[in-house]
Design a protein around this ligand. Structure first.
Ligand SMILES: C[S@@+](CC[C@H](N)C(=O)[O-])C[C@H]1O[C@@H](n2cnc3c(N)ncnc32)[C@H](O)[C@@H]1O
Length: 209
């Protein structure tokens, strides 16, 4: 393994850790080459029919997608600077009984921690858009592997595993998720789902007495 001495942390960094640092630094500079706004907008235009009404944009950052969303509906924009940590803010929205037609989770990392709760802010039919880093882009160690197994049922989740896991998360809350579109934009996947709430009685072909 190749190491470089890290003066700040007084330790050695692996090549992978150095690669990760370079990525973070470019993300911090908010370079288009690391946010891919044109490609994301191209996909949104493709699924235009599914973008309307009350729109929740988590991790909106410097707003590359916000102008598009503002034209399509009533945008509730969440940035670190305005609404704080998007994960924490979701709980506030749940508490305030907010419901959205469209939810975009464009985090740098995996959207794992949203998957149990995002259903609570959906309308009966909602569009869910998630960013999912392509395998290999982020350093994988034992902890990350276990994280994948816990949330996505595989040590190296494929796009099929992600669709399966989203379907399973949704079913807990009686939402049936259908994959509408999937694109690979360099180091990320962008998944677009339509999630429809189905009556439990209908789902189970059972009558309540
Ligand atoms: C992948 S970028 C999304 C960019 C945006 N959708 C765009 O296309 O311009 C993620 C953004 O979320 C911000 N961010 C990072 N951690 C956050 C957090 N915990 N809560 C809210 N925003 C966060 C980052 O600073 C960055 O601006």
């Amino acid at each position: 393994m190749n190491f470089q001495y890290d003066l700040f942390n007084e330790g050695f960094k692996t090549k992978n850790a150095e690669k990760h640092d370079r990525l973070r630094s470019k993300q911090n500079d908010y370079l288009d080459s690391h946010h891919h706004p044109q490609e994301k907008l191209k996909q949104l235009n493709k699924v235009d029919n599914y973008i309307y009404g009350e729109i929740l944009e988590l991790f909106a950052g410097q707003g590359n997608l916000s102008e598009y969303y503002k034209q399509k509906g009533n945008l509730y924009q969440c940035t670190k600077e305005t609404t704080g940590d998007s994960f924490q803010h979701l709980f506030e929205l749940i508490n305030n009984k907010k419901h959205f037609d469209v939810i975009d989770i464009d985090s740098y990392g995996y959207p794992s921690q949203f998957m149990d709760n995002v259903w609570h802010v959906m309308k009966p039919t909602s569009t869910l858009i998630i960013t999912f880093p392509v395998m290999g882009v982020q350093c994988i160690n034992g902890i990350v592997e276990q994280h994948f197994i816990n949330f996505w049922k595989s040590a190296r989740p494929s796009t099929g595993d992600v669709v399966g896991a989203v379907t399973d998360y949704g079913l807990k809350y009686w939402y049936l998720s259908k994959l509408i579109d999937l694109v690979k934009i360099k180091p990320i996947w962008r998944f677009v789902f339509q999630c429809k709430r189905i009556k439990a009685t209908e789902f189970c072909s059972t009558k309540n007495r």
